[in-house]
Design a protein around this ligand. Structure first.
Ligand SMILES: NC(=O)c1ccc[n+]([C@@H]2O[C@H](COP(=O)([O-])OP(=O)(O)OC[C@H]3O[C@@H](n4cnc5c(N)ncnc54)[C@H](OP(=O)(O)O)[C@@H]3O)[C@@H](O)[C@H]2O)c1
Length: 296
């Protein structure tokens, strides 16, 4: 299939490499051209503009930071929707609020195209290996058109409702994860005086109800951060964690409820950003909290 990807950041580039590997004809576009080099070296064409990307493909995937980047990329001069969107299917994979996907879907429909949302669980490595968890929103017919592509990107595809439903599910999944990194830091502070080896601590937490799945995937990075060592390539940065928490809090408010635990976690993460850690990996958050303890 001829597939276009706009937004070859960490996740978009990994997805592009995966789709090339399974035999699709890829065209990519990224605001910072440098980041198209990886996919181009693996055989992707590079489009001159977002509009040109849409003209040359059947399916367009976007994987962007937030709602502002979606607005600029779709509606800006030479944006995706100034291309020929008629009959094209867009797959929007960024983590944003459901209302953003629904509003975008309406604009795409006016241009004769259609949209499904498929934000994902899993980070760069699962994206590269086609092992993401896709939370899909959209019509049955639209999802059926690209189910094969979704299954090539994801180990599990869950079609959870109409357009925007994937975004709701993704925010829900990420909420306990974001809060966990803060809770884990607070837990580590309690045992900091024991001076246990970080790998041992991760192993103990992983095998008890003190540890969720994420410790299996990111525990080694968290342990490296506890040692004050480099925790490896950044997969999900603290700036994005703040963005996600803000979306969850706003979404809860729009549903007439509150998210007090998320608000506390956000306060702590924003403090990390003010300390200059916005680009650091989320797995370094617990170490930051643990280091506050005064050990005699
Ligand atoms: N990293 C993860 O583990 C992970 C996991 C699941 C979901 N997500 C979600 O996936 C999305 C992408 O995350 P990522 O880690 O791949 O982030 P990233 O590496 O920072 O990539 C962000 C992408 O958005 C583009 N972008 C930002 N503002 C733009 C604008 N105004 N116009 C056009 N393009 C713009 C960037 O282009 P430039 O290169 O020009 O800046 C880049 O291609 C986010 O919504 C994130 O929450 C991430």
């Amino acid at each position: 299939m001829k597939i276009g990807i706009a937004g070859t950041g960490r996740m978009g580039a990994a997805i592009a490499l995966r789709l090339i590997e399974v035999g699709h004809e890829l065209t990519v576009w990224n605001r910072t051209p440098e980041k198209t080099k990886g996919p181009a070296a693996a055989g992707a064409k590079v489009a001159a503009t977002p509009a040109a990307l849409v003209d040359g493909v059947e399916v367009i995937i976007t994987m962007l930071t937030d709602d502002k980047s979606i607005a600029e990329l779709y509606h800006g001069p030479q944006g995706l929707l100034s291309g020929n969107a008629k009959g094209k299917l867009f797959i929007e994979m960024s983590t944003v609020r459901p209302e953003v996907e629904r509003a975008l879907g309406e604009k795409i429909r006016q241009k004769g195209g259609s949209l499904i949302d498929c934000p994902v669980g899993g980070t760069v490595e699962p994206a590269r290996a086609g092992k993401l968890f896709g939370f899909v929103g959209g019509s049955d017919a639209d999802v059926a058109r690209v189910r094969q592509v979704l299954e090539q990107m994801c180990r599990r595809v869950e079609h959870v409702g109409p357009l925007g439903a994937g975004a709701s599910m993704k925010l829900a999944i990420n909420l306990p994860l974001m809060v966990y990194w803060q809770a884990f830091g607070e837990a580590l502070a309690l045992v900091a005086p024991l001076k246990l080896d970080p790998d041992r601590l991760i192993s103990i937490f992983s095998e008890t109800s003190g540890g969720p799945n994420v410790l299996k995937a990111r525990g080694a990075a968290a342990a490296a951060a506890m040692r004050g060592k480099d925790s490896g390539p950044v997969t999900f940065d603290i700036g994005l964690a703040c963005k996600d928490l803000r979306l969850m809090i706003a979404e809860a408010k729009s549903l007439g409820t509150d998210a007090p635990v998320s608000q506390s976690a956000l306060k702590s993460f924003e403090e990390a950003v003010r300390e200059g850690l916005g680009d650091a990996d989320g797995a370094s958050l617990p170490a930051r909290w643990m280091k506050r303890v005064n050990i005699k």
